[in-house]
Design a protein around this ligand. Structure first.
Ligand code: BGC
Length: 320
């Protein structure tokens, strides 16, 4: 009898430890408590419905319905395989798409900074077209390649991309890294009324948000708001800090960042070697505010080496 009690007690302790272990490892353990987010059933009302060109001629003005997409929020990710060929016919040269069976409510320029990651470029382009077409939005992909040997300037490449998107009247910009794959179809690539940090639930951070002001990875921002904050700073060369500086620019103009519920904002990151860190990033961040009005879109200098309409994206090669 005594022995049986002891065995039982031992089992309870074991189960207790096991539960504690599972709790500690649970990927989204902290995901909810750190940030303000839009639940799935409120996403549609928070979106800015605006398109860059008249697309109703293709479908007698029948509006696309996003209810199912947002409510069901299907998990989409499937590891890239070479036979996963996208249907070329539907995608217009330069990497533009709009659904033809209905008129979309959103036009989004997807801006992707790039240098020397050919394999990732292939994977990203293939994946993102398959993903975005399911969302029935109008979009175009701009890949902005840094053609010089200076340290990578992600922020400046975003600024450059926004110039091209502006020329084509895109009302919404999604600025995103090439190594990030959105997992949930409900994470619609359209702009919310408030600038949105899209990749708040990233696998490499165990689906947690490391700090409230993080806006790196992927962000959706209305073009007019991006212009209003004078875009990114151009001075950040090498890894780190440019997104923290953008956050300060947003606060300075009273924009409050928003995010989707973590179950909508999940991303997976492809493996890669790290970019060289910018040793000056903390110094720049200390005096960000001195540069808000004089460093950004209004001081952007670059030269276009080549612009090419590829089958799946518009490729813009620049010298920064
Ligand atoms: C850097 C950011 C980066 C973040 C997450 C920060 O220390 O300044 O640029 O996005 O870490 O990796």
């Amino acid at each position: 009898m005594h022995l049986r009690l002891q065995i039982q007690k031992f089992n309870y302790v074991k189960i207790g430890y096991l539960l504690l272990f599972v709790y500690l490892c649970w990927p989204s353990r902290f995901a909810m408590i750190y940030y303000e987010n839009i639940p799935g059933n409120e996403i549609y009302d928070n979106l800015i419905r605006k398109i860059s060109r008249n697309l109703s001629q293709f479908n007698q003005g029948i509006q696309c319905d996003y209810t199912e997409l947002l409510e069901e929020n299907h998990y989409f990710y499937k590891k890239f395989t070479t036979d996963d060929i996208i249907n070329k016919i539907e995608i217009k040269s330069g990497g533009e798409f709009w659904p033809e069976e209905c008129t979309p409510s959103f036009s989004t320029a997807i801006i992707v900074p790039y240098r020397k990651r050919e394999e990732q470029l292939k994977q990203f382009i293939n994946y993102i077209h398959n993903f975005l077409r399911k969302q029935q939005i109008h979009y175009k992909i701009f890949v902005i390649e840094q053609g010089d040997d200076k340290p990578f300037n992600r922020a400046k490449l975003f600024n450059i991309g926004s110039r091209y998107a502006l020329k084509e009247n895109f009302p919404c910009l999604v600025m995103q890294d090439i190594d990030l794959m959105p997992l949930n179809l409900g994470n619609i690539y359209a702009c919310t009324k408030r600038p949105r940090h899209m990749s708040s639930s990233l696998d490499t951070f165990r689906f947690n948000l490391p700090y409230y002001g993080l806006v790196g990875g992927a962000i959706a921002i209305a073009t007019e708001d991006f212009v209003n904050i004078n875009g990114f700073s151009n001075v950040f060369q090498g890894w780190g800090g440019e997104d923290d500086d953008l956050y300060k620019r947003l606060l300075n103009k009273n924009y409050r960042i928003i995010r989707f519920h973590p179950s909508y904002a999940q991303y997976t990151m492809l493996k890669h070697t790290r970019e060289r860190r910018n040793p000056k990033r903390n110094e720049y961040l200390k005096n960000s505010y001195l540069r808000f009005d004089i460093d950004g879109l209004n001081s952007l200098v670059f030269s276009e080496i080549e612009i090419h309409k590829n089958t799946f994206f518009t490729h813009i090669l620049v010298q920064t």
